[in-house]
Design a protein around this ligand. Structure first.
Ligand code: PGA
Length: 250
């Protein structure tokens, strides 16, 4: 059975003390349900070591928002997948639309990041999603198909550790959520692509998350769709009660 996941992406929010407070509140209030329902927190790097410790005896998994394409070396300011592993990180975002747009990350770079993470037993949460123009022009399947190309270069064994997040760019941070039907349509398309490029069993076991203005008030409807296996949550992950309510909607 595929895992259901709610992953919080704090982006560049929360100073050190604020991050600790939020993490402590999560630890205190989180009531894990079934073992295949997972809460993941992806904080900024400054929080990684402290949160690793805070989450160590809990069922909350630590994630990260980025890693470098190399394992070590003269890359001032960067963090490697091996460093994340040393803090027990289990997930890492790859190809978030903000990184594609602001840091010009291309498919080659995203592939290298996936390889680094997989070599360190960290599950990539691979993000894809179209711009508003693509949707208006009816080109969104083509855009997503291009973005997914990165994943078909992975071996089947590696691919099975990947989580996919569909995040329509027009819904990120805008308050405009995709309807559950719109999300389901794309998720079903992504799963069909996985079935075609990998195989049907792998497709059935792949977790596909929705992201883009997902909050407690719309999570139940989104998660009720058969191909929506959870959410990647930005703004709503900054408040413990809100992200926990989203988790409880799984
Ligand atoms: P949002 O962000 O929930 O604030 O729309 C989602 C994301 O960018 O991962």
């Amino acid at each position: 059975m595929r895992k259901k996941i709610v992953a919080g992406n704090w982006k560049m929010n929360k100073n050190f003390l604020e991050g600790i407070d939020l993490a402590k509140e999560l630890v205190e209030k989180h009531q894990p349900s079934e073992s295949n329902k997972q809460l993941v927190v992806c904080p900024p790097f400054i929080h990684t070591a402290a949160l690793s410790e805070l989450f160590s005896a809990t069922s909350i998994e630590l994630g990260a928002q980025n890693c470098h394409t190399s394992d070590k070396g003269a890359y001032t300011g960067e963090i490697s997948a091996g460093m994340l592993k040393s803090l027990n990180a289990k997930y890492c975002l790859v190809g978030h639309s903000e990184r594609r747009a602001n840091f010009f990350e291309d498919n080659q770079e995203l592939f290298q990041k996936c390889k680094q993470l997989l070599a360190n037993d960290i599950r990539p949460i691979f993000c894809c999603g179209e711009m508003l123009e693509d949707r208006r022009e009816g080109a969104y399947f083509d855009v997503i198909e291009d973005q997914l190309e990165v994943l078909w270069k992975l071996s089947k064994t590696d691919f099975q550790k990947v989580v996919i997040a569909y995040e329509p760019i027009w819904a990120i941070g805008t308050g405009e959520t995709a309807t559950a039907a719109q999300a389901q349509e794309v998720h079903a398309f992504i799963r069909s692509q996985v079935a075609k490029k990998m195989d049907v069993t792998i497709a059935e076991n792949t977790s596909i998350l929705y992201g883009g203005s997902c909050k407690a008030s719309n999570a139940i409807e989104l998660f009720s769709k058969p191909d929506v296996d959870g959410g990647l949550i930005g703004g709503a992950a900054l408040q413990a009660d809100e992200i926990l309510a989203i988790y409880n909607a799984l």
